[in-house]
Design a protein around this ligand. Structure first.
Ligand SMILES: Nc1ncnc2c1ncn2[C@@H]1O[C@H](COP(=O)(O)OP(=O)(O)OP(=O)(O)O)[C@@H](O)[C@H]1O
Ligand SMILES: [Mg+2]
Length: 154
């Protein structure tokens, strides 16, 4: 059986890079790292929970939609903070989401509970609600990236 390894590198005091296998469950490593890092930065427990959920949704999307569940693909996460912002970039090896992030129908939670709307389609909505700013569909030489930003209160 192929060994799946995650790799976490502290590039400097303000920057951490994580390289994950494209397998459901490994997003928890990114969640835990982002939580620890955000604690160092001084975020409140509530804000850390928001961040963990946003990171998890972005990583699962990267694995499922970006890397199309390819077991050989990887997900790269970079976290960085300066005096004003804490950012998390989640990169996959796919071609991006076109205008999915803008054209998505707003989820109707009541309809979802009543089974009148697909239970899926919550990830992007949640990310938009939980972080201060998000840039979807950033295409780079290495792949597609979602960049999420949380403001650090002065
Ligand atoms: N990294 C990505 N690469 C390509 N397409 C993406 C990516 N992330 C999201 N998408 C597209 O945007 C759509 C909406 O994503 P969203 O996370 O809101 O819902 P979902 O993943 O379909 O369901 P859920 O997150 O509720 O389980 C996806 O169905 C997919 O078409
Ligand atoms: Mg999703």
């Amino acid at each position: 059986m192929a060994v799946k390894k995650e790799c976490i590198r502290i590039l400097d005091d303000h920057t951490i890079e994580i390289n994950l296998p494209n397998e459901m469950g490994y997003e928890r490593i990114a969640m835990a790292c982002s939580a620890s890092f955000a604690k160092i930065v001084g975020f409140s427990p509530d804000r850390i929970e928001d961040l963990k959920t946003a990171v998890s949704e972005a990583c699962i999307n990267a694995m499922e939609h970006g890397n199309k569940n390819d077991p050989d693909a990887r997900v790269f996460i970079t976290m960085h903070y300066d005096d004003h912002i804490f950012s998390v970039s989640v990169m996959d090896q796919g071609e991006g989401m076109g205008n999915s992030s803008e054209s998505l129908e707003e989820p109707d939670i009541e309809k979802k509970i009543l089974n009148l709307q697909t239970p899926r389609g919550l990830g992007i909505f949640l990310i938009k609600q939980l972080v201060d700013h998000v840039e979807f569909n950033q295409i780079t030489d290495e792949g597609h990236m979602v960049r999420m930003i949380l403001k650090i209160a002065g």
